[in-house]
Design a protein around this ligand. Sequence first.
Ligand code: THG
Length: 607
Amino acid sequence: MDLNKLIQERVLVFDGATGTNLQTQDLTPDDFGGEYYAGCNEYLIRTKPSAVERVHSDYLAAGADIIETDTFGTSSIVLAEYGLEAIAYDLSKEGAALAKKMAMQFSTKEKPRFVAGSIGPTTKLPSLGHIGFDPMRDSYYEQMAGLLDGGVDLFIIETCQDLLQIKAALAAAQDLFRDKRTRIPVITSVTIETMGTMLMGTEIGAALTALEPYDIISLIGMNCATGPQEMEENVRFLTQTSPLPIFVMPNAGLPENVGGVAHYHLTPEELERHMKHFIEDLGVSVIGGCCGTTKEHIARLSDLAGRVSPKKRSFEWTPSAASIYSSVPMHVDPAPVIVGERCNTNGSKKFKDLLLNEEWDACVSMAKEQIREGAHMLDLCVAFVGRDEVRDMREVISRMNTAVTVPLVIDSTEYPVIEEALKHYAGRSIVNSINLEDGEERMAHVLPLCKKYGAAVVALTIDEDGMAHTREKKFEIAERIIDLSINKYGMREEDLIFDTLTFTLGGGQEEFRKAGIETIEAIRMIKTAHPKCRTILGVSNISFGLNPHSRHVLNSVFLSYAIEAGLDMAIVHGAKIMPLHKIDEKGRELARKIIFDERVFEYASAA
Ligand code: THG
């Protein structure tokens, strides 16, 4: 099914609520296979398939282009609550086959019907530690394999509450497509609660930033929790910013409690009016109904779809990183994006001591302190000789995932540590770093991880000859990394952040006198040739070996010249960066001369 092509041609309509329809059928506990299973709508696929067929045929008759399988909860995680985990694959496959059979009955050349394999959020939130990434991925894999083998045309990962849960589902889909050498479209749909975020507190922008890098996703959108009216702001945000087409499947309004039963009041006409607005004024391309919507609602939407076409969207996409809560662009005005340097065992004695004493909460406090000091993101390095870095990373990042509001930059040289971090981080992180020191080896390990978990990456200008000294060599290495990253590993220029590295100017070595200028000019060359790439520097490196005050002055002046050359991001101790006007004229001028290697004049005038 070429979903991407179809939605260019017309608005597509999903079906309505499964549960709402089943309720009208007055099923008895016997229909569910006994009292014990009553309420397990998925088990009906086996115990009373005619009830499920009825749901499908009602919506197909109402004109739905795409119906959803009755498999929202056929993952082993959910079925385990009924002791049915052993049949997760089979039930998923049977549910898919049943829906496919019904869709075929209604499908015509003019109006083909499709089946979307429904994949719900399960009952566990990995970001709260309810379940690990791997078991969750495995459970999704089994469910998806059943759906695929049963014949679904696409997957819909829906009603999502936790970005980490979505990442586990997407990892399962990626693995499945690889194993089966096939690929079907994937819709990813998040649930925004009435308070305006996902259950875990995720803003829509953070969700978009975290999901957009996954190239298996065909559509992104929202479903459940509220009616269309409450969704409006977030739908507008998506249509104005998302590179991916937009899917919206609201409830029939906010549920009202009527005699202990959820009652949805939005009429088919009202739903139609809201969706018309979403399509014509905002540019939504695929619609449907969630809780409380009936075949009457879907009939109206189907009729609507034949009469309208989506507004041509012009969206503004900003490459960003994200925490589980919010999105942070990889360029800000005024530059730079401040990446706090202190949660680093190599860069802070305090952080190192806290880690050695396993004072995990205090490690988190240091992160929060840096945010208070103005950091937009935080570099995180837990490497320490003799310790288990994978475990330390897990301990720290699983806490920071929900306790730290800004995106994390994962600073490690070890592949298993990087993957452990990515599996515990719900937002979009940046991996620090790759280089060409051992040829392509590092890229071959790290970039597939970045692709798998949707991360951006810092690339250092180091190759087989070591760290580049001249601007030309730094630029040449950057170009080689860009070429490989894009053409061999499927990354995009906007996923790459170049670090043109500097040696210290504080050591007084003759060979490094031009280190500062070369680093700055290499930034200018990269930004001129590849404006979509970002640049970053570990600014404090420039001043190793000097006294603290001189370090702060030199760091601050160096940073200001780097920014002028196009630097986007800086790894710094935010509190110690001084605005230039706060540095006295003499200090500023001395720092400038050191950076631009003009000290020769001092010697000349002294002579
Ligand atoms: N590029 C990239 N990543 C990097 C670096 C880089 N990561 C690590 C490092 N360099 C950047 N981080 C730091 C952190 C601290 C210091 C320097 C760089 C630093 N710390 C004080 C010192 O060592 O004297 C100690 C402060 C303390 O103990 O509190 O200078 O270049 N991509």
